[in-house]
Design a protein around this ligand. Structure first.
Ligand SMILES: C[S@@+](CC[C@H](N)C(=O)[O-])C[C@H]1O[C@@H](n2cnc3c(N)ncnc32)[C@H](O)[C@@H]1O
Length: 332
């Protein structure tokens, strides 16, 4: 009887020991499998850095470009930095940031959005480099606005926008000297010519590649008939959605000897009426207002009489006149 009980106890002991070994084995196998899985995942991650969150490449975007995302003041601050004290576009007398910031911000965003896979080529032509003291050249150095445009657009990652700046200037000697140091780092090319000559403008356009511009700025002689001639010839050379700016349209209301770089030219022609140049010719303001009148009348029966300009104006979305500057925006 005692032997039977002893045998039974031995059996149970043996059974429990075996059970304990099996459990231990299962635990060891589980720990081993778990560490094998972890090692595999680590190895896989190190071979495929793209799936690591820290190392995922950040897509360049406009979100970090203060003047594009921000306000006219942000634009003015960057312009001031970029122009090295050599341009008067945002100096308080001229508050062109109020026009350039919203227009350029809108246009840059549109162009970048329309080209999600490739960098967009953005072409800006400014007429007037800043030659001759008292007429755009400050501290004896031309090119203030050109430096500023370069600075502003260099803040945009090149992988989303490539900036192509063209300058057109009357004063050949001054322009060529400037170009020696600043082409191609600041501007792609400086074109020489007279902005009141269609031939010179067309030549410059062809030299630039014969492709329309996103933005054209007239900051040249400010002589009223020059401003009108340049506008009418160059407006069709602005891309859809782009804009054309005429600076210093105060020339409609005042007369001063124009700065032609090399010399003082004829008077700008403004008179106190701001509407005619005293010889029955329209000022740039009168010309723009006539275009505004046509724009309002297009599609209606308002009896505008500039029928020759109707087709041309159908490409225009708006004509905005701000303090001392006008901007004509092309339809998309
Ligand atoms: C007001 S400055 C330009 C300033 C420059 N855009 C800036 O903001 O730093 C005017 C420039 O236009 C040039 N200019 C004058 N008449 C011109 C013409 N008919 N054609 C082309 N350029 C002209 C002058 O030589 C001068 O360099």
């Amino acid at each position: 009887m005692i032997d039977m009980t002893q045998m039974h106890l031995n059996h149970r002991l043996l059974f429990h020991r075996r059970q304990g070994r099996v459990r231990l084995l299962i635990v060891v196998m589980l720990v081993f499998s778990l560490s094998a899985i972890i090692t595999y995942l680590r190895l896989f991650q190190s071979c495929n850095p793209d799936i690591s969150e820290e190392e995922t490449p950040v897509q360049p975007s406009l979100s970090t470009v203060n003047w594009v995302m921000g306000s006219p003041q942000d634009f003015a601050d960057e312009f001031t930095k970029g122009c090295r004290g050599l341009s008067d576009k945002v100096d308080g007398m001229h508050n062109f940031q109020m026009m350039y910031q919203p227009q350029l911000s809108r246009l840059v965003r549109e162009r970048v959005a329309a080209s999600p896979n490739d960098p967009v080529n953005f072409r800006l032509l400014e007429i007037g480099l800043g030659c001759a003291p008292g007429g755009g050249m400050i501290s004896g150095t031309p090119g203030g606005s050109a430096f500023a445009w370069r600075h502003l657009f260099d803040l945009i990652p090149e992988s989303i926008l490539k900036f192509e700046l063209h300058i057109f200037e009357f004063d050949e000697k001054c322009a060529m000297k400037w170009a020696e140091e600043n082409v191609p780092s600041v501007a792609v090319k400086v074109h020489i010519g007279d902005a009141s000559s269609e031939e010179d403008l067309e030549r410059a356009y062809q030299e630039s590649g014969g492709e329309s511009f996103d933005v054209i700025i007239d900051d040249a002689s400010h002589i009223n008939w020059h401003q009108i001639k340049t506008l009418d010839f160059m407006l069709p050379k602005v891309k859809r959605g782009g804009f054309y700016a005429v600076e210093d349209i105060v020339s409609s209301c005042f007369g001063w000897s124009a700065n032609m770089g090399t010399h003082r030219g004829e008077v700008t022609g403004g008179t106190s009426s701001c509407m005619d140049t005293g010889d029955a010719k329209p000022t740039i303001l009168a010309h723009l207002m006539e275009y505004q009148r046509c724009l309002v009348g297009i599609g209606g029966e308002s009896g505008y009489n500039r029928t020759d300009k109707v087709e041309f104006l159908k490409e225009i979305e708006s004509i905005e006149i701000q303090s001392v500057i006008a901007v004509l925006k092309k339809r998309k």
